[in-house]
Write a protein that binds this ligand. Structure first.
Ligand SMILES: Cc1ncc(C[n+]2csc(CCOP(=O)(O)OP(=O)(O)O)c2C)c(N)n1
Ligand SMILES: CC(=O)[C@@H](O)[C@H](O)COP(=O)(O)O
Ligand SMILES: [Mg+2]
Length: 626
């Protein structure tokens, strides 16, 4: 407890109701300091949260959570909401193993009305909650808080279309900071810029006056218009895109000015239909390094507060992302048909390097994975080689596009999925553990995963050279294993595995990031007198069926290892293959992978231990299995 801190007196939203404006502004500064302190140690989404401190205080002042429902879009900007709603003591555990989630979770608090993590879901969820309220004849407010980046996601427009049609009583807070992770893109972003600057109104008023001015009696008409409700401003209302959809537009309002926010939020409460409040904020507000570099501090690791410098592990090998980004540029230098597509994540995917080198062959479509994938399919029909760089977890958003637009037409699109496997602190909404299971069943799809960052290079070349249909590769978040990258680039034979060591008693079939773990496991088994072969599968589809059957016939024991869900994963594909070749009755198979549950957050080593995927645990289990 420090001397008379306002925050010490805030343990629930009720405690905001009696604060003066001055006290609320002081509270904002205290919360800013807490955010910077905790995120500098734990890492997290600092800039987004610094941008919504006053807004969140004002929301909890005007509304009554948990009776009124707040739905945060993505939810990476809900730290203040958590601090205010009784979680400030737990806040130092943010994003740590068994600690507070970095995103709203229903199971974490009654104040978290909807679980989030993937973008552009808030308005749909708000619509559903409000519809339930109305069906049950209840009476509370439903408030979606959505950023300008998330507003570029297709689901947001689907929801606006529905809400405008039904006239459902919902409040949408559009938090406009001109940023997605990087600078926001798209026509919607341009439109919001005009709204923010009043440019729409001024431009339209000027055109109207010019047009009428040239007409006979034009001035009289202009005078009449000026007398009608709201005058020209109403006619050319800057929020017209929303107004035409039947959604009242309020704003723009300064999102850091609590005094301005309070009356606007209160006015919105009185509205009977849908309202959108356009709030203008600065991402990173109040911490200079984050204000100056909001994309770098969108999601940050631990950093030194005084300098803003990231605290990195010295001598860490290059990340898979950086190897991917550099190799893609290297290949694109020689092949002009290669283009790169990202859904608002150039830095995260490493395609920012490509964008700098080949701006005309780079496409950032905004947070629009469905569009990105079918856009790539369109490109491929005309002989272009589209590389669609989307995290494994976010590729889930575009599944039907992969099935319907790419695989059914057998189009040579290259799906490059970073953050495959367990990602650590972002937790279960972000682990990329389903892609083997959702791609293996698709006819025409080829599924690759490299054992290390060097093989990633070869697989990227293989993907570029392979044009007989769609092909995917997936690789984990963070550093590679630290192999030499100077090996000359070469393609890999499709569907062929690599035997790393022979074994007498069993053969481990491992793929991707689990190959290194398989080698360590084989070494541990060696010490127990068990001779284990290791095969680097390289391809989850097509499998190297000849080698698999040969290994099965030789050792009658196959162990599979994948950093993906077991159900429908690579291990199942191995068993299905052995069964199809009549080998199952004489082959014991022991699969290792992600169990049938959502894996929480924390240091990846701890998470892998929780699910028995450390080499020690796997060696122990195998030795008892023998
Ligand atoms: C479907 C999906 N795609 C991509 C992401 C990655 N992502 C998280 S936040 C973000 C940008 C959000 O921008 P905005 O909504 O404007 O919020 P801000 O960070 O500016 O507050 C992106 C692309 C995601 N969470 N979900
Ligand atoms: C909130 C969100 O979805 C992104 O910011 C995500 O957290 C980025 O993940 P990486 O840090 O792995 O790029
Ligand atoms: Mg934004």
């Amino acid at each position: 407890m420090s001397e008379n801190k306002i925050l010490d007196r805030v343990n629930s939203p009720l405690d905001l109701k009696t604060l003066t404006l001055k006290e609320m502004n002081r509270l904002a500064e205290e919360i800013r300091q807490l955010l910077i302190e905790v995120v500098s140690k734990n890492g997290g989404h600092l800039a987004p949260n610094l941008g919504v401190v006053e807004l969140t205080i004002a929301l909890h002042r005007v509304f009554d959570s948990p009776r009124d429902k707040f739905i945060f879009d993505v939810g990476h900007q809900a730290y203040i909401h958590k601090i205010i709603t009784g979680r400030k003591e737990a806040f130092p555990t943010l994003r740590t193993y068994k600690g507070l989630s970095g995103f709203p979770k229903r199971q974490e608090s009654e104040h978290d009305a909807f679980g989030v993590g993937h973008s552009s879901t808030s308005v749909s969820a708000a619509d559903g909650i409000a519809a339930a309220r109305d069906l049950k004849g209840e009476n509370y407010h439903v408030v979606a808080i959505i950023g300008d980046g998330a507003m570029t996601g297709g689901m947001s427009f689907e929801a606006l279309n529905h809400i405008g049609d039904t006239g459902r009583r919902i409040i949408i807070i559009l938090n406009d900071n001109e940023m997605s992770i990087s600078k926001n893109v798209g026509a919607m972003s341009q439109y919001l810029y005009q709204l923010r600057t009043g440019e729409t109104y001024n431009k339209l008023k000027h055109n109207l006056e010019n047009w009428l001015g040239d007409m006979k009696h034009g001035d009289d008409v202009l005078e009449v218009i000026d007398r009608v409700k709201g005058g020209v401003k109403y006619l050319v209302s800057p929020g017209s895109i929303f107004e035409y959809l039947g959604i009242k537009y309020f704003g723009p309002v300064d999102g850091h000015d609590i005094e301005a926010l309070l009356p606007m939020l209160t006015a919105a409460k009185r509205e009977e239909g849908p309202v959108l409040i356009h709030v203008v904020t600065k991402k990173g507000k109040g911490y200079t390094p984050a204000e100056e570099r909001p994309n770098e501090f969108h999601g940050t690791g631990p950093f030194d507060i005084a300098t803003g410098k990231k605290i990195t592990k010295p001598g860490a090998p290059p990340t898979y992302t950086s190897v991917f980004g550099k190799t893609l540029v290297e290949l694109a230098e020689k092949d002009k048909s290669i283009v790169a597509i990202t859904a608002a994540m150039p830095e995260g995917t490493g395609t920012n390097l490509f964008a700098q080198r080949f701006p005309d062959r780079f496409f950032d479509v905004g947070i629009a994975e469905q569009h990105a994938v079918t856009f790539a399919a369109g490109l491929a029909t005309e002989g272009i080689k589209p590389v669609t760089a989307i995290y494994s977890t976010f590729m889930q958003r575009a599944y039907d596009q992969v099935v319907h637009d790419i695989c059914m037409q057998n189009l040579p699109v290259k799906l490059c999925m970073d953050r495959a496997g367990l990602v650590g602190d972002d937790g279960y909404t972000h682990h990329g553990v389903f892609d083997y299971a959702y791609l293996i069943p698709l006819p025409n799809m080829t599924v690759m995963a490299p054992k290390d960052e060097n093989e990633l290079r070869h697989m990227l070349l293989t993907a570029m050279e392979y044009n007989a249909g769609p092909i995917s590769l997936r690789y984990p978040r963070g550093s590679g294993v630290g192999v030499n990258l100077s090996e000359p680039l070469h393609t890999l034979p499709i569907g062929k595995a690599e035997t790393l060591r022979e074994g007498r008693d069993l053969t481990i079939w491992a793929i991707g990031s689990m190959v290194a773990e398989a080698e360590k496991t084989a070494d541990l088994l060696q010490a127990k007198g068990i001779s284990a072969g290791v095969v680097n599968m390289r391809f989850a589809k097509p499998l190297d069926e000849d080698l698999l059957c040969e290994n099965a016939a030789k050792t009658h024991r196959i162990v599979t290892m994948e950093e993906g869900v077991l159900k429908g994963g690579v291990g199942d594909a191995v068993m299905e293959t052995l069964n199809r070749y009549g080998q199952m009755h004489m082959t014991a198979v022991l699969p290792f992978g992600i169990p049938d549950e959502f894996i929480s957050q924390g240091d990846k080593k701890l998470l892998m231990h929780d699910i028995g995927l450390t080499p020690e645990q796997m060696a122990e289990k195998i030795s008892h299995w023998m």
